[in-house]
Design a protein around this ligand. Sequence first.
Ligand code: BG6
Length: 518
Amino acid sequence: MPDPETLVASDPEQRLSDPFAPPVGPTAIVIFGAAGDLTRRKLLPSLHNLAASNLLDDGIAIVGIGRAPMGDAEFQAKIRADLQTFATGAVDPRAANWLVARSRFLSGTFEDPGTYTRLAETLAKLEKDAGTGGNVLFYLATAPEYFAQIVERLGAADLVREEGGRFRRVIVEKPFGHDLESARKLNSDLRKTLSEQQIWRIDHYLGKETVQNILVFRFGNGMFEPIWNRRYVDNVQITVAESLGVEGRGGYYDAAGALRDMVPNHLTQLLALVAMEPPTSFEAEAIREEKAKVLRAIQPLSPERVITETVRGQYGEGWCEGKHVAAYRSEPDVDKHSTTETFVAMKLHVDNWRWADVPFYMRTGKRLPRRVSEISIQFRRPPLLLFRKTPVEHLSRNVLVIRMQPEEGISLRFGAKIPGPIVRMGNVAMDFRTKDAFGSNPSTGYETLLYDAIQGDATLFQRADMVEAGWKMVEPVLDVWKALPPNAFPNYATGSWGPKEAHEMLERDGRRWRRIEE
Ligand code: BG6
């Protein structure tokens, strides 16, 4: 075994032959919705990246299922073409050939029991010919209305029975329900066929390197945890901004909106990682339990607080990244009078000893000035007293910024003396960029999640109670917003940082959103 210390070296090639990450398999990966967008944009590029990094063993086989009338050869040609367009870096010809050689396509509808009979035959054949060991990872990359039905049909075809050491797991994509009631119903429908251990609810935000780094940063260093609490932290801000609009997903998005699309899942997961207590170990259950505790401690918003502590917005036309773009209501498949929000900001409190009275501000939106996701921990200001006989009139907060996108990294802002005979202060930053320190392999974020699901590590997947807690948190907001439709949409211009009310919400608290350009 190599010495872990030596793995800190900044050799970008090192991860490609990481001795701590052995190849995973054997497994048949069955993708429902294999001709769809998620498969070509994320799943195939991830499998390609894993193969290029030698992280998949030779007993891996891919079975795509979809309605498209395609044979194996056409599917394989499509994989090659899609990789050219969607791979996160240059296509590795060896990995592409490897992937194509073990990919099959099964054409059929998800309703038809015959599809599952043929799938059972294909899987039995692959177990013999491709050495998949009888393990199967089903990936539901379909529209959500099919989730329960596919699982029910898999059960009826006896495809989810685990015996003789072989596993049968089902990855369920988001959206997991569209409110608390539908999420509960989906959980109970899935559990008629599967055990909780067989249900792998995915949130691709947890596949992002920096998101996972939050745990290492907090608990693998001695100096941050002691100040990670209400005594030292003034507020926490979570921003997930996108410059893109709805990108051909108007139909889905207009029914969902920014709140459902991003908050109960991605943003809540980020909040849980920042706010959780140290787990007793890095075992999946220990980590998931601590995260679940935070979600349970989030104070539900009363209807009055929904009005003062949440903000919704919808983008009008404007300029984004040098291009003039149309308003949300002019996007394809969007209602011309839509009242769906494309921006949401809210203030939450985690009601426990560590975080009492520390506001957690979250905001997310489409058509904002640029794509950036970050968490900033804003520390309390020191007393100004000491500086009263100096020109320093204002002390800035120390801010720790954990950046997920576009450049992963962590930076700490603090004040330093500007050289000269009088005491003047300037803000400076210590910056860590993952790419510069360790190099970084191009990734979609799904690589780790697929790798973990094959090897059976559920740490980054959601338990039923966590998904339900996310919905419980936004339920009062959904209710109040439904009862009081917005009357001034669109209320922010494309290319701006959202409606003015989002800024006013923090100003009322004597704070402001971190200027992302800083
Ligand atoms: C998805 C949402 O879950 O996450 C999209 O449905 C959003 O609307 C996307 O654009 C953002 O993901 P990322 O990884 O690009 O930040």
